[in-house]
Design a protein around this ligand. Structure first.
Ligand code: SAM
Ligand code: DTB
Ligand code: SF4
Length: 320
């Protein structure tokens, strides 16, 4: 079967489930071919995260260390000063990051916080970094204000398939997420949207997430696949780890159904072997988070990732 290289928006759930069922090596080979049609497979986009406002979130996402509904070891803090964020971004750039992603544990952005967030974004942009933010739900006006401040990407994940969503979070709906994604797209901001595996979902739910992403009016520009970082004290803190090969299948199918998206091997590398990460890059992942910390949990440190990239012959992605 020749791989489908041109982006399609009419994928059916059954077609996507059938991709998951393919023999592993055939699936990875097909994904690798699609990868090469759109990207230099030796290039990896490097993003770095900073939690600019941690904890105390009113949402009840069952995976999250920052929800006020669960007792976790995460210590809540207020919104950082813009200059402190800009200083951290300068350090990230010096460490090799290409994009700086500012995360806040909010249900939605409040207009009173907009001036400070805009100052962070324009300051980070002025350093010559790509900017990304993830601040919860946005209105159309807020999305436009963030775009005017210099925001390149907005991260807002669908997290899982629509049928499993209310097992994970009940304080918002799938449609709420889709509405914010529309506001972001309409403002001309690039979308970063993906999800998490390892929350007790079935393969059909994983296919459901990728189906939702592949049938959006525009495919995500950036598509993060997170392997759950289990957080003690959360409802999903004792979840059984997903088999590594199943995780690779998720990356490969994401690459095939959203061929032009930059697919990020996102949270969870801390507990993955180098060989598993190499398989993910072979299956079409072409982005990762760098720096020793994600938002509240650990990520491989700079030296570990520099060695991984050197040993795999990977280079930072050439920027437009
Ligand atoms: N509050 C905003 C929101 O929910 O959109 C932004 C921050 S939130 C932490 C960003 C994303 O991180 C979530 O949508 C989820 O996909 C991912 N995430 C959060 N906790 C995680 C965990 N323990 N393991 C893996 N991914 C996680
Ligand atoms: C995404 O998909 N993964 C990032 C980013 N977007 C914001 C967050 C991962 C968070 C992992 C858990 C933590 O560090 O709290
Ligand atoms: Fe809040 Fe985002 Fe965590 Fe959900 S994932 S509890 S919205 S910080």
């Amino acid at each position: 079967m020749r791989p489908q290289v041109q982006p399609r928006h009419d994928w059916t759930l059954e077609e996507i489930e059938a991709l998951f069922e393919r023999p592993f090596t055939e699936l990875v080979f097909a994904a690798a071919e699609v990868h090469r049609a759109w990207f230099d497979p030796t290039e990896v986009q490097l993003s770095q995260l900073l939690s600019v406002k941690t904890g105390g979130c009113p949402e009840n996402c069952g995976y999250c260390s920052q929800s006020q509904h669960f007792k976790t070891s995460t210590v809540a803090s207020k919104l950082m000063a813009a200059q402190a964020v800009i200083d951290a971004a300068a350090e990230a750039k010096a460490g090799g990051a290409q994009r700086f992603c500012m995360g806040a544990a909010w249900r939605d952005l409040k207009d009173r916080d907009l001036p400070r967030v805009a100052a962070m974004i324009s300051g980070v942009k002025a350093l010559g970094l790509e900017t990304c933010a993830t601040l919860g739900m946005l209105t159309a006006d807020q999305a436009q204000a963030l775009k005017a401040a210099g925001l390149d990407y907005y991260n807002h994940n669908l997290d899982t398939g629509p049928d499993y969503y209310d097992k994970v979070v009940t304080t918002r709906t799938y449609q709420d997420r889709l509405d914010t994604l529309s506001a972001v797209r309409d403002a001309g901001i690039s979308t970063c949207c993906g999800g998490i595996v390892g929350m007790g979902e079935t393969r059909r739910d994983r296919a459901g997430l990728l189906h939702a992403l592949a049938t959006l009016p525009a495919h995500p520009d950036s598509l993060p696949i997170n392997d759950l970082m289990p957080i003690p004290g959360t409802p999903l803190g004792e979840s059984e780890a997903v088999d590594g090969l199943e995780f690779v299948r998720m990356i490969a199918v994401a690459r095939i159904v959203c061929p032009k998206a930059v697919v990020r091997l996102s949270a969870g590398r801390e507990h993955m072997s180098r060989e598993l990460q190499a398989l993910c890059f072979l299956a079409g992942a072409n982005s990762m988070f760098v720096g020793g910390k994600l938002l509240t949990t650990a990520n491989p440190d700079k030296d570990t990732d520099a060695a991984l990239m050197a040993d795999l012959g990977l280079r930072p992605m050439t920027m437009a």
